[in-house]
Design a protein around this ligand. Structure first.
Ligand code: GAL
Length: 825
């Protein structure tokens, strides 16, 4: 094995150290440096190797003896390992989305190989960090991960969805000559799901530095509850630890401030923190008439926890919470702050076109905005914990969240995963339900009941302010099943069982936890099984599911059903039902496609779910050359009372709106213009039209937002479409577009919503699919100026777009150090 010393002459390393020290000094701006706590991004400067690296098999007695000692890990986990040829990259990173599609790879995971990969990163810590407490915080790693620090194995993690928090203090070296090595082996052949799971370190990573006396990870418990009308309490606790060599007495203070910045509650207490021992301080607080958090007014309160030792601040952290009441009524459904809310929900997986599961937070904000516009008020993050940044968005944007546990297993290792989710997420006002599982074969057995009972007990102990549920796919009416262990029964599909269940158990709150699973290909209006295409008229659903209209009709007409969660809000990679076979590589279930472009289902649900403004839509498009004189079903979707349809100014018909089925008109095709008009109370309230377009002559790039922040994280989707000579978008254009990006950012991927497309999601070209494609661009780190995007296609006028990039304070980060200079620190 080549050692670093031979690969890097000392002077080169020194130059790198000086450079990193200078850059580090410039850019590291710790948020809580004054208060002892720093949370620094570790995302930049990793080295990556795709494939496994064998561990060294010792041969002699001596070699074996030493190989088994602390700090002596071999292979790519070793401190000294030649990683100079490894690829340099920044996190979040999903290597699966970079792989070519392969008919021999697993279908459920999207026909792409996953495999094993390694990451390494160097960090240098200044002498002044000696005596502090240092933790690694990895948002999540797909899927099985092993972590070493300086050759010590410090963590095995067996879930691709939970955070990895590791106290690495005892293994660290300080000073410029002794960089520390983090090595992570990721086994993504392991699967926890039957959908696309991605591969690698796909969420954000942090290095947390605190005082020796510090609050432990997720150690602040804030779960507000109303004890009497207008009287709220937060039975807050703070758990501390002490790496120091002497017991410390500290003052712990918690301050709650309202949205106006005014303090509404304050509590402090003094507690002794013995050496290397966790202790929990209690700080119950009472609050009178706080402003409520609701779907339209997402009022958040700020909770700051401060730890002082001899008057000096040694730790400080903050989180947001909100005040709202929840109630599931067995007869009337769900109530938020005493007001009835029907759950208009969607289930979501966590990937997006072009980026796989490494989805920037700003792209999540885009996705949630699309859902808000659709009228969605509830999200089930199925079937796993989501990134904490996404829950912050749900709090701020106003969604009700079913937080779901991945692995149904009350044994200690797995219970830790559930406990972690409860502790991390219990302060979020958006979270209304803890789901212990999705569709488990033991759900209708005594074993399932006993397992669920244990997990529910943990949810009550760690939170107790929210009901528990389980997403059951059968066995609801068997004598002993999981529905007896949870507060709210969640039914996946099984619409014919709804009434039977309610009749048998009229006192048990009930919701659909998953429904629909209907199939649509965006922009297609005829099913063609040979070509793996599904019509968008909402007529295709699997044996276990229902069309969008049937499912919502069943849910919307039953008061005892708290609401529904459509499978799914967006298409996702993998699980390509109804075909579940090559060449289909992503799902057909979405209300929107993999990019967030609407299918017909989007308009159908929007007119059902949005009541405060008049809406009207027409499907399909009106480009049917060759079908002149043939009958075409035109679906008009509206939330008004009546709708009228006209073709080229001639009335086709007028109908009373059917809010569950929608309104279909049979129209003999002739090119031109369809107009649809919505009436309420006899007055026109909305209108829309679709027109036959000419052939595409030009490309257009439509940015989602006006500018990006130059922080290296901010990203946005750009819609790519083709226009005819009159500037109308051509819904049947399928041109292949070539992209160029330059300046203060880059392309991070693209998609077009075709579940059968095998185009490289990271390449320079992408075909329009039924008129649309999407390019994702992201700013460069510490950049400003603009991103210049060019799109061209043979025979079409090219498009150019300038996206301004404004200088933004970059996230404080840990400079990527160089390999250690000294062999033996
Ligand atoms: C459900 C399952 C989902 C998805 C869906 C497809 O049974 O919970 O994860 O597989 O079927 O229809």
């Amino acid at each position: 094995m080549k050692l670093h010393k031979s690969a890097f002459p000392g002077w080169r390393i020194l130059v790198r150290h000086v450079l990193f020290a200078v850059l580090g000094g410039l850019f590291v701006m710790p948020a809580y440096a004054d208060a002892g706590r720093e949370r620094l991004s570790l995302d930049r400067g990793w080295l990556f190797h795709l494939g496994d690296v064998p561990f060294h098999v010792p041969a002699t007695q001596d070699e074996t003896y030493y190989a088994t000692k602390a700090g002596m890990a071999s292979g790519a986990a070793a401190v000294k390992f030649d990683d100079t040829a490894w690829r340099k990259l920044d996190l979040p990173h999903d290597w699966q989305v970079e792989q070519p599609f392969d008919p021999k790879a697993n279908m459920a995971q999207g026909f792409r190989p996953r495999g094993i990969g390694w990451y390494r990163r160097y960090i240098a810590l200044p002498e002044s960090d000696r005596g502090r407490h240092v933790e690694l915080e990895f948002g999540a790693i797909a899927t099985h991960a092993t972590v070493w620090v300086n050759g010590n194995l410090v963590n095995h993690n067996w879930s691709g969805y939970n955070e990895v928090r590791i106290d690495i203090t005892p293994y660290l070296h300080y000073g410029d000559r002794h960089a520390n090595v983090i090595a992570v082996r990721v086994d993504a052949d392991a699967m926890e799901g039957w959908w696309y799971e991605g591969a690698g370190m796909y969420r954000h990573t942090w290095l947390v530095k605190t005082d020796a006396v510090h609050v432990v990870p997720d150690g602040v418990r804030v779960t507000p509850r109303e004890v009497a009308a207008g009287n709220w309490e937060i039975p807050a606790t703070v758990t501390l630890d002490n790496d120091g060599k002497q017991e410390a007495r500290v003052d712990v203070e918690m301050v709650v401030t309202g949205p106006d910045g005014k303090q509404v509650a304050r509590r402090s207490t003094s507690i002794a923190v013995p050496v290397l021992t966790q202790v929990t301080a209690s700080l119950p607080m009472a609050i009178r008439r706080p402003a409520r958090w609701s779907l339209d007014r997402t009022t958040l309160y700020h909770v700051t926890t401060t730890v002082r030792r001899d008057g000096k601040v040694v730790d400080r952290l903050a989180l947001d919470t909100g005040f709202r009441t929840l109630r599931f009524d067995a007869a009337k459904g769900f109530f938020l702050n005493g007001e009835h809310v029907k759950l208009q929900g969607v289930c979501l997986h966590q990937d997006h076109a072009g980026v796989g599961v490494a989805v920037p937070t700003s792209i999540w904000a885009f996705r949630l905005r699309r859902l808000k516009e659709l009228g969605v008020n509830a999200i089930r993050f199925s079937h796993n914990a989501i990134a904490s940044e996404v829950l912050d968005l749900a709090d701020r944007m106003g969604f009700l969240v079913m937080a779901e546990n991945r692995n149904f297993n009350p044994s200690p290792d797995y219970m830790k995963q559930f406990e972690w989710m409860l502790k991390r997420d219990r302060h979020h006002p958006s979270v209304i339900l803890w789901s212990v599982f999705n569709e488990e074969p033991v759900q209708a057995t005594e074993a399932g009941y006993e397992m669920a009972r244990r997990m529910v007990a943990v949810a009550k102990a760690l939170d107790g302010t929210r009901p528990t549920t389980a997403a059951m796919s059968n066995g609801l009416l068997t004598p002993l099943n999981v529905s007896h262990a949870v507060d709210v029964v969640g039914a996946n599909y099984q619409i014919p069982e709804y009434d039977k269940f309610h009749a048998a158990r009229p006192d048990k709150p009930f919701t659909s936890s998953e429904d629909t699973s209907a199939f649509m290909t965006r922009g297609e209006f005829a099913t063609d099984k040979a070509r793996h295409i599904e019509t968008s008229y909402d007529t295709e659903a699997p044996a276990w599911g229902n069309t969008h209209r049937d499912a919502w009709q069943a849910i919307g007409t039953r008061d005892f059903v708290a609401g529904g969660f459509v499978w799914t809000g967006f298409d996702y990679h993998g699980e390509s039902w109804p075909y579940a076979s090559w060449p289909s590589v992503s799902s057909f279930f979405g209300i929107m496609d993999l990019n967030g472009f609407p299918k017909t289902a989007y308009y159908m649900h929007q007119v059902q779910w949005i009541k405060d403004r008049p809406l009207i839509y027409i499907a399909p498009h009106w480009n049917w050359a060759g079908k002149e004189g043939q009958e075409i079903v035109v679906r008009v979707m509206s939330n008004a009372e009546r709708v009228k349809l006209l073709l080229n100014g001639r009335e086709i018909g007028e109908q009373k709106v059917d809010h569950y089925r929608m309104n279909d008109f049979k129209v003999k095709y002739e090119p031109g213009k369809l107009d649809a008009i919505a009436y309420t109370g006899g007055k026109e309230v909305a209108r829309t039209s679709v027109e036959t377009t000419g052939p595409a002559v030009a490309l257009e790039l439509v940015p989602d937002r006006g500018m990006l922040n130059g922080d290296g994280d901010d990203a946005m989707p750009i819609t790519v479409r083709a226009l005819d000579a009159q500037g109308r978008a051509v819904p049947i254009a399928n041109d292949e577009v070539t992209f160029e990006t330059a300046g203060a950012g880059k392309s991070i991927g693209h998609g077009n919503g075709d579940p059968n497309s095998h185009e490289d999601e990271k390449g320079r070209t992408r075909r329009l699919f039924n008129g649309l494609a999407q390019l994702l661009v992201q700013s460069n780190w510490a950049s400003s100026g603009s991103i210049e995007v060019d799109a061209s296609a043979p025979g079409l006028r090219a498009a150019h777009l300038t996206i301004p990039v404004r200088a933004a304070a970059p996230v404080a980060y840990v400079p990527a150090g160089a390999p250690p200079v000294d062999d033996k620190p």
